[in-house]
Design a protein around this ligand. Structure first.
Ligand SMILES: Cc1cc2nc3c(=O)[nH]c(=O)nc-3n(C[C@H](O)[C@H](O)[C@H](O)COP(=O)(O)O)c2cc1C
Length: 409
């Protein structure tokens, strides 16, 4: 980030209150920051705050001030030319429409037009969920994405308005991570861009009674790392997760579920439309045949819980998937079981399987690292070393990127 020239565009959304903090983070990393503030944006965050945190005058109108003695008459062009990247956070519905239409009546929209074509533009739409899903907003977003802008979808959660739902702008740290990644990979485009990637993560809980359940040690970290990596490569990511203690990565649609049956139902609704389905969740194989609403009493010396089989989500997808779709599974064993993973790949009609051996210190559940062996349908095998889950996710996506074009010919 050091020495990079970043324009931060701010339009008139309530999430603008977060952006001065993002400017501060950029400055701390050594970036040169100039802020382009719309008229609407100035209603939510003050020009003085932004000038103070950026250390630069704030850019608003393209027209010179009345006193033209010290005016730069080319700044409406030179600002866009100066930038290494342009981050628009928040981007209102109104600003999205202006950018998609190519209008340029203020500094923010003019910078967008004058930015050099190989420079990344990151757009963080933030608005009420209904507004975001409206056909007009979605059409404008699609236009901008087709132009090569990185659109980072809003998150679900508590909104600044006090309501709850889709529309929240990611936190400044997440915006910074997305920008760093975009700057690193500006010249490379991923085949995952615009693809719908559905990932399951975490454990499931199978209810015994109102206060007890059967589960496993899965933390969800591998699935969340995959979601982060996929969104950074431009994919549209839906993350279906069991109960975990992890923050939602920026720009991801997160669906929280509890049981295997709930995860299956959520996953099935994406079976037809997704391009890639990654089953990283540790779905419980069995559930109690009967469960009770209240708390069971401990009267008896012994207790037998009859378990019945849960649906096999990834196998169900494997059965239904079309040729263009890619299915990726995980196989966790406590000892060597490469042959088992290969068999699972065939039996479940997967395209790729990631095999890992559970080791409490280095790989499998809970820890931040993993040791994966990737086995593709054609027998191609890659043994990865001990990696962080983020790096392992990157390698897995590299393998998917190689397989996907053959599927979608
Ligand atoms: C209190 C308030 C909050 C608003 N929040 C948002 C928002 O979060 N997202 C959005 O797209 N528009 C929001 N708007 C509407 C925009 O401010 C309005 O469309 C404005 O014209 C945007 O102009 P700009 O995009 O040029 O900044 C809000 C308006 C008000 C009055």
């Amino acid at each position: 980030m050091k020495g990079k020239n970043i324009i931060v565009g701010i339009s008139g959304g309530i999430a603008a209150y977060k952006t001065p903090q993002f400017v501060r983070l950029l400055k701390k990393r050594g970036a040169n920051v100039r802020v382009a503030l719309t008229e609407g944006g100035s209603r939510f965050v003050s020009e003085l705050s932004l000038a103070t945190v950026s250390g630069e005058p704030v850019y608003r109108s393209i027209f010179p001030a009345t006193d033209t003695r010290n005016t730069d008459f080319t700044s409406h062009i030179s600002l866009g030319e100066w930038a290494d990247a342009f981050v628009i956070a928040p981007a209102t519905a109104h600003t999205l429409a202006k950018l998609a239409a190519g209008l340029c009546d203020d500094m923010l929209s003019t910078c967008f037009i004058t930015l050099r074509p190989n420079k990344p533009v990151l757009i963080f739409p933030a608005m009420d969920g209904q507004m975001f899903l409206s056909p007009s907003v979605q059409r404008n977003i699609k236009t901008l994405a087709d132009q090569g802008c990185h659109i980072i979808n809003p998150e679900s959660g508590e909104l600044a308005s006090g309501q709850c739902g889709l529309g929240r702008m990611p936190e400044p740290e997440s915006i910074l991570t997305a920008l760093e990644y975009a700057l690193q990979t500006t010249s490379q485009r991923s085949v995952l861009e615009g693809k719908l990637v559905v990932i399951t993560a975490g454990p499931t809980r199978e209810k015994i009674d109102g206060v007890r359940f059967i589960s496993n040690y899965s933390s969800g970290k591998m699935g969340f790392a995959l979601a982060r990596a996929a969104v950074q490569r431009g994919a549209n990511v839906t993350l279906i997760t069991g109960p975990v203690h992890l923050a939602t990565p920026a720009g991801i649609e997160r669906i929280d579920v509890e049981s295997a049956a709930e995860m299956h139902a959520a996953a099935r609704s994406f079976f037809v439309d997704c391009d890639i389905f990654i089953g990283a969740a540790a779905v419980a194989d069995y559930r109690p045949a009967l469960s009770f609403d209240g708390k069971m009493k401990k009267d008896a010396e012994e207790m037998t819980i009859t378990l019945i089989k849960n649906p096999d989500i990834i196998a169900d997808f494997g059965k239904q998937k079309k040729h263009r779709q890619l299915a990726v599974g995980f196989a966790l064993e406590t000892e060597s079981g490469l042959g088992f993973a290969q068999q699972k790949l065939i039996d479940k009609n997967l395209d790729l399987i990631a095999f890992n051996i559970f080791n409490r210190k280095t790989s499998g559940f809970e820890v931040d690292t993993n040791v994966l062996t990737l086995i593709a349908r054609d027998g191609f095998t890659i043994e990865l070393p001990l990696l962080t889950k983020d790096d392992a996710a990157g390698k897995l996506l590299d393998a998917i990127e190689k397989l996907l074009p053959q599927k979608q010919l």
